[in-house]
Design a binder for this molecule. Structure first.
Ligand code: ZN
Length: 244
């Protein structure tokens, strides 16, 4: 909406409460909205709705109209609540919606608390950048996560290809995952040094690769050891009956 200079005439009409601006209209209507817990678009109940509209006199544009609607929504799947602001004005009549808190494309993995504190903290910062749609920062952070894992597990042993080779030699990553990591590291390097801003799908692919590494190195290794200890071993009696 343009800023006004000179004489401004503002008329407020509250649609929801017909003149009582503080009153919210309660409805039981359903609407589609992105849920940051379910990680997809779901049906939401409209708990409350409040609408404003009006006109302004702007010297450059003359009289313009504007409208804003605020809705409190509850996800029918998980009951989480968010606020949607939908606005439009005469210069851009197509309504656009903003959500508070903003929608997210992925959530922090449940196993993050099994990571060393530094990695868990860094992973949280990467997700904060992801949720703020700061993709370049998130990609740089993803690369730093891999840096920290390599330093922790094999030390500073030369260039990135050499470090990845050492990771493979030590059995920390397979050959295919090593190639995936090289691609993720290159993307992170492009973000840090060449101003590369990835699309959200590309960023999610890098996050999949990086989280795969974190989970394999710090979470599944311990889980496999636990499972091995708790699994009953094969008995020796079967060898007596194995001959025909
Ligand atoms: Zn939900």
């Amino acid at each position: 909406m343009g800023s006004s200079t000179g004489t401004v005439t503002r008329v407020l009409i509250c649609v929801a409460c017909r003149g009582t601006e503080q009153t919210m209209q309660k409805t039981k209507k359903l609407t589609k909205a992105p849920c940051r817990v379910c990680l997809r678009e779901t049906n939401h109940t409209i708990l409350a709705s409040h609408a404003l509209s009006g006109t302004d006199e702007i010297s450059e544009l003359g009289e313009i109209w504007w409208s804003r609607r605020y809705e409190m929504l509850a996800c029918c799947g998980c009951d989480s609540v968010l606020l949607r602001e939908t606005s439009s004005w005469s210069e851009d009549p197509e309504p656009s919606s903003t959500y508070y808190p903003p929608p997210v494309s992925r959530s922090l993995p449940s196993w993050r608390y099994k990571l060393p504190h530094r990695l868990n903290s860094l992973l949280g910062e990467v997700y904060a950048a992801l949720h703020a749609d700061s993709r370049t920062l998130a990609l740089m952070g993803a690369r730093t996560l891999v840096d920290v894992v390599i330093l922790d597990k094999v030390g500073d042993v030369g260039t990135f290809p050499e470090k990845l080779e050492k990771m493979e030699q030590d059995g920390l990553v397979g050959r295919q995952n090593r190639e995936f990591l090289a691609v993720a590291l290159d993307a992170g390097s492009a973000a840090a040094h060449r101003g590369y801003s990835p699309k959200i799908d590309q960023l999610n692919q890098v996050m999949d690769i990086v989280e795969n590494l974190l989970q394999a190195v710090y979470v599944l290794h311990g889980a496999a050891e636990e499972l091995k200890k708790s699994t009953p071993q094969r008995g020796t009696k079967s060898s007596k009956t194995s001959s025909p």
